[in-house]
Design a protein. Structure first.
Length: 102
């Protein structure tokens, strides 16, 4: 179950933290994302969400299959969307919405 505060932190604070440490980029490597999540007190149980938001599409599938082989990514996306809709938080997560609709 997704927690509002974890989603909010990933949606609002992860990108500025990545930019601070690695500069502004279109996408970040899984290693960069993982490092920030573990070193900057983000809940690592939502690491797949971080990859969905900020990893390059070409590395996303391989990374998720390697690190989370049992994760059904489509079900994961549906769960996030369902949680946001249920909680009426969608307006606060524009980037998250864009990724989930891909």
């Amino acid at each position: 179950m997704f927690k509002y505060w974890s989603l909010k932190k990933y949606g609002k604070k992860l990108l500025p933290t990545l930019e601070k440490h690695y500069g502004v980029q279109d996408f970040y490597t899984p290693s960069q994302i993982r490092t920030v999540v573990y070193c900057k007190d983000f809940d690592p149980s939502y690491l797949p969400l971080a990859y969905l938001l900020y990893a390059a599409p070409q590395s996303l599938t391989e990374t998720l299959e390697t690190e989370f082989p049992r994760l059904d990514i489509q079900a994961y996306k549906r769960e996030i969307i369902g949680y946001l809709e249920q909680q009426s938080y969608r307006d606060h997560f524009q980037k998250l919405q864009e990724v989930m609709n891909q």
